[in-house]
Design a protein around this ligand. Structure first.
Ligand SMILES: [Zn+2]
Ligand SMILES: [Zn+2]
Ligand SMILES: [Zn+2]
Length: 363
C-alpha cells in the first residue's frame, strides 16, 4: 500500500549504522510496519524524538506505537513520510485520520494536503465531525470552511446525526457555532445596508452630473433657460437617469401644489437642487442650475435652533459621501458601468421613477 522500500528484515534491527536502522511501527490492530528510522526522523520531529529516546534494553528493537486510527491509515501515513505522496483514493478513505496523524506528528505538508482534500469533500452529513476534528487539529482554513457551511445550511445540518452527537458531547463547540452564525447574520446585514447606501450615493452623484449636463448643455426635453432643448433626439449616455430628472424638473416648473409645500416630488427635486449647490464649485454667476446661487447665499446663514443644526450636520455628511462617491466613481469606472447596467440588482433599490429620496439617507 505505501510506497516505502521493501520491508527490512528482522536481522537489520539494531544495526550500528543509523542509515540502516529500522523501527517497527505498531498499530491498534497489532500490525507491525517496519520503516527506516532516518526517513521517519527526517519527515517528523516528533517521530525523531521517539526514535532517539533511550531503550530499556540495548538489544530490544525500536518500536513506535501509532494507535487510535485504522491500520491501513497508518500504512498510508508511513508511505507519505517516504514519498510525500498519497492517492486521491487513500485521501477519500483516510482523510480525517491522516489529518489527525499529520497534526500529532507535525507533518505540515500532509496537513495542508488533508485540509484541501477535506474542504473539497465537505458535506452536510460530515461537516460537524470534520469541524470538531479541525478544531482539535488546529486547522483554521478547514475550521472556517466548516463554520461557513454549517452557518449557510444550518437547518439541514441540525437534522444530522453528527449535530445531535455534538449537542450531547460538546456544548461549548455548539455555542461557538451558534455565535458564529449569529455574527455572520449581523455581518451580512450590515454589508447589505452598506451596499445599499453606497449605491444610493453613487446614484445621487450621477444625478448631480446629469443635472449639470441638463442645465448646461440641455438634453432632450429640458435645456438651460437661455437655450432651446437639443434638436438631437438621440439619448445621452446616462439617459435612464437623465430622463427621470428632466421629468422631475418639468414637473417642478409647473406644479401647483409646490407653493403650498404639499408635493413630495417637488420636495425631492428641491433637495437635488440644494445638493447640487452644496457640491457646486462654479462661480455663482456662471452656474446655470436653478436655485444654485440662492442656496449658496443661504449657506452662510446662522442656524437658529438645535434641530436646524442637527439637520445641517446630517446634510453635510450626505454631501461628503456624495462627493466621495463622485470621486470614487471616476476612479472605478468599470464598477460604475456595472451598476448602471444592473442598478436594481447591485443596490437592491428600485429606481424606476428616479425620484431620489435623500431625506432618509444620512446615517
Ligand atoms: Zn441627458
Ligand atoms: Zn410638485
Ligand atoms: Zn451650481
Amino acid at each position: 500500500m505505501c510506497q516505502r522500500p521493501a520491508s527490512p528484515t528482522e536481522s537489520d534491527n539494531g544495526s550500528k549504522d543509523s542509515n540502516e536502522t529500522y523501527v517497527q511501527i505498531v498499530t491498534s490492530g497489532g500490525r507491525r510496519i517496519p520503516a527506516h528510522a532516518n526517513i521517519l526522523a527526517s519527515a517528523s520531529t516528533v517521530l525523531e524524538s521517539l526514535i532517539d529516546r533511550p531503550r530499556k534494553h540495548r538489544s530490544s528493537e525500536k518500536t513506535i506505537q501509532i494507535l487510535g486510527v485504522p491500520c491501513d491509515a497508518v500504512e498510508v501515513f508511513v508511505g507519505f513520510l517516504y514519498s510525500s505522496k498519497c492517492t486521491e483514493e487513500q485521501m477519500e478513505k483516510y482523510g480525517i485520520h491522516l489529518l489527525a496523524l499529520s497534526h500529532v506528528y507535525l507533518v505540515p505538508q500532509l496537513k495542508s494536503r488533508c485540509t484541501k482534500a477535506l474542504i473539497e469533500r465537505l458535506t452536510i452529513e460530515n461537516v460537524t465531525d470534520v469541524l470538531q476534528l479541525a478544531k482539535l487539529c488546529d486547522a483554521p482554513d478547514l475550521y472556517l470552511k466548516c463554520m461557513k457551511l454549517v452557518s449557510k445550511s444550518f437547518k439541514a445540518v441540525e437534522e444530522t446525526e453528527g449535530w445531535k452527537f455534538l449537542q450531547n458531547n460538546d456544548p461549548f463547540l455548539e455555542l461557538e457555532i451558534l455565535q458564529f452564525i449569529d455574527e455572520a447574520e449581523t455581518r451580512k446585514k450590515s454589508c447589505v445596508k452598506h451596499m445599499k447606501e453606497q449605491s444610493l450615493y453613487f446614484q445621487l452623484s450621477e444625478a448631480m452630473e446629469c443635472l449639470e449636463h441638463i442645465c448646461t448643455d440641455g438634453c432632450i426635453s429640458v435645456g438651460p433657460c437661455d437655450k432651446e432643448p437639443s434638436k438631437n433626439k438621440a439619448p445621452c449616455s446616462k439617459f435612464s437617469t437623465c430622463q427621470g430628472l428632466q421629468h422631475s424638473i418639468q414637473h417642478f416648473g409647473s406644479c401647483k401644489k409646490r407653493a403650498k409645500g404639499g408635493c413630495v416630488r417637488c420636495k425631492r427635486m428641491w433637495q437635488l437642487f440644494k445638493l447640487h449647490a452644496s457640491i457646486c464649485e462654479a462661480p455663482e454667476s456662471t452656474c446655470k442650475v436653478p436655485l444654485c446661487s440662492r442656496f449658496k447665499a443661504k449657506g452662510g446663514e446662522e442656524m437658529k435652533n438645535k434641530k436646524e443644526k442637527k439637520e445641517m450636520v446630517r446634510w453635510e455628511l450626505l454631501v461628503k459621501k456624495v462627493v466621495l462617491a463622485k470621486a470614487t466613481s471616476s476612479i472605478l469606472l468599470p464598477k460604475r458601468k456595472r451598476m448602471e447596467e444592473e442598478p436594481t440588482q447591485s443596490c437592491g433599490q428600485t429606481n424606476d421613477n428616479h425620484d431620489y429620496d435623500i431625506r432618509n439617507l444620512v446615517c
